[in-house]
Structure formats: structure tokens, C-alpha cells
Design a protein around this ligand. Structure first.
Ligand code: SAH
Ligand code: MG
Length: 198
């Protein structure tokens, strides 16, 4: 298992796949154990690194993870199988904004780690699938330190993307339904829970 993880890390490095930072996944794994999280929905599987770590941190964790890039999806399937986790991780090959989950599915944890420009859309779409005592965790809310500094950025694309993350942060801060804590861990994590556990 450890060797397989190192191989996945090396592959990510080689192919420029943005996998989660070690400190961030450690935080999430601790959260999973402390809050007895069982059902997880992940938006953005990449090659399965975060899903594999979340699935292996506790016996009764089940994950549905969504990936729209075919090459990464295939690599993810392969890695999940190699780790013997295909009974605990269900990989879906689709754009997360097009997925139709059955309305009775509810998750303890929704992990948003896909296109940074679409964070608010993912949040608004998937909050309906969050349990009353569930949590939505988002990765990369610092975006390599650019967030909060969009006015200094010259590249138009980068500036636009960073502004979208800044908008997402404001959306969370002003949200009437959710309370959000922001953590300066790894590339920045946000942790959102329903206000007064509906
Ligand atoms: N969670 C992974 C890293 C994910 S990287 C880990 O830490 O190991 C982000 C991934 O989200 C990319 O592979 C990208 O293809 C995918 N992605 C981006 N937008 C998406 C969308 N709308 N639907 C599904 N996947 C998406
Ligand atoms: Mg990430």
C-alpha cells in the first residue's frame, strides 16, 4: 500500500496531476475518524490519491468520486483496483455538473476538489446531498497564495480564476445556510457545516 502510494505520487509529479498536499489529507483523515464519517462524495478524483487515502483510513468508509478527464479516470480505476479498494470506492466518469445523483443519497462528507472556477456551482448543486450533520470540505482555497491578491495579477486567465475563488470565499462567508471555517493548511481548506444543523 505504502509503495503504491509512492508510485501514485511519482506519477502525479511526472504528469503534473495536482494531488492534495499531505497536511491537508491528514486533516481530512483525522476529521473522518473523529466524526465517524462513512459516506463520502468527492468531486474531482484525478488519479485517486485522495480517495484512496480517505477510503483506507477507516473500515466503514465508502466513497463515490467523480472525474471528467478520461485518462485520469482510467488511471484512477487502475489505482483503486491495485489498492484493493474497488468495493469501497465507486469512480464515476462524468462532468460533476452533469451527474444526476438519486435524490435519496446523502453524504457525511462532500469533498470539493475539482475546477476552481466552479466551486460555487458544485456547492450549490451538492448541498442537497449533504446530511444534516454533514460537512463540505473544499481544497485549494489559497490557490498557491494567489487568493486575496487578484488585483496584482497580470495574466488574465489566472486573474479570472483567482477572482472566482475569492468570490467563492465571500459566498461562504456571507452564506445564510452554512457556517464555514477556513484553515491555513496545505493549499487552504474550508470546512462548511449547516447552521444549527437544520
Ligand atoms: N482529489 C484529487 C485531485 C483532484 S485534481 C487528489 O487530491 O488526489 C482536480 C480534478 O478535477 C482534475 O483531475 C479534473 O479533471 C477534475 N475536474 C475538474 N472539473 C471537473 C468537473 N466539473 N467534473 C468532474 N471532474 C472535474
Ligand atoms: Mg486539490
Amino acid at each position: 500500500m505504502k509503495q503504491l502510494l509512492v508510485e501514485i505520487e511519482d506519477y502525479a509529479q511526472e504528469k503534473n496531476v495536482p494531488i492534495i498536499e499531505k497536511k491537508s489529507i491528514a486533516f481530512i483523515m483525522k476529521y473522518i475518524k473523529e466524526h465517524n464519517v462513512k459516506n463520502i462524495l468527492e468531486i474531482g478524483s484525478a488519479i485517486g490519491y485522495s480517495a484512496i487515502l480517505m477510503a483506507s483510513c477507516k473500515d466503514d468508509v465508502f466513497i463515490t468520486t467523480i472525474e471528467r478527464d478520461e485518462e485520469r479516470y482510467m488511471e484512477c480505476l487502475k489505482n483503486v483496483k491495485k489498492c484493493g479498494l474497488d468495493k469501497k470506492i465507486n469512480v464515476v466518469f462524468q462532468d460533476a455538473l452533469d451527474v444526476n445523483l438519486s435524490a435519496d443519497l446523502k453524504y457525511d462528507l462532500i469533498f470539493i476538489d475539482a475546477a476552481k472556477g466552479q466551486y460555487t456551482k458544485f456547492f450549490e448543486k451538492y448541498k442537497y446531498f449533504l446530511k444534516n450533520d454533514g460537512v463540505i470540505i473544499t481544497d485549494n482555497i489559497k490557490f498557491h497564495g494567489y487568493v486575496g491578491k487578484s488585483s496584482d495579477i497580470e495574466s488574465k486567465n489566472l486573474k479570472g480564476l483567482v477572482q472566482k475563488i475569492e468570490n467563492y470565499i465571500n459566498f461562504l462567508k456571507e452564506n445564510q445556510e452554512f457556517d464555514t471555517k477556513f484553515y491555513d493548511i496545505g493549499d487552504g481548506l474550508s470546512v462548511s457545516t449547516w447552521k444549527n444543523e437544520k
